[in-house]
Design a binder for this molecule. Sequence first.
Ligand SMILES: [Zn+2]
Ligand SMILES: [Zn+2]
Length: 270
Amino acid sequence: MTIKTLLSNHQDLVQLAYFAIIMVLLWIGEAFFTAGLAHEKFKHTRINLLFIFTALPIQLLMVSIVLMIAVWTNLHHWGLINYLPMHKNFWTYYITMFVLMDLCEYIYHVTMHKLDFLWKFHLVHHSDLKVDVSTTVREHPGETFVRMSFQMLWVFLLGPAAAVLVLRQTVQTFSNIAAHTQFRLPERTNRIIGLIFITPNLHHVHHHYQLPYTDCNYGDVLSVWDRLFGTYAELGKKETVYGVDTHMDPEKNSKIRSILKIPFQKLERK
Ligand SMILES: [Zn+2]
Ligand SMILES: [Zn+2]
């Protein structure tokens, strides 16, 4: 078996290793270059990393179903892509599918904020009172299930090839981890890159504890949807306070048991 076939047969593990490498590298960078006590950073990271253990089994199981759906849609020429004129050309096909899937992620994220019973799961991600690369994996297992269910729906509706899903996952992993890093882009660079992409500066605004900022910058990889649908916002580093105004207790926010219970408690209005 060549390395190439080994890698293509175990894409899920390759993606997992890639995710871990980016996260560890950025985490080390944060530990060295940003101010803060080392033991505080370890404590914060430890809580968030526990969510990997609850998410991973759900994620891996559901990814295999997503891939099965992709194989089925391609075999039966099913999905919106077959009705779009650009699907015959390699480049336009990949770009169109990537952009459409990014729009789906935007819709998913808005839905998680706007429906109360889904917000109770998603607010676990927002309840982090410090945001660093480890916040990327702070996700309630209930949200992992909902996120992957939505992904099944998008794949069924659009009909992307499995290779598009791999490309998307590769870009998405980098973008999502980078969006949570404590490093921020210089203002000028942010203005240029932020025209198209979600930058750490833009995602930090989304983690601000109060409305209307919590309900802004929903974009996953691209920021164009926020600009297009009027949910784009900017906020300076000094003004940004991480968390959710209904869940600001540091004690509760750092205990995995109390965090996991959040979706099953009565929701106070934001
Ligand atoms: Zn959110
Ligand atoms: Zn986030």
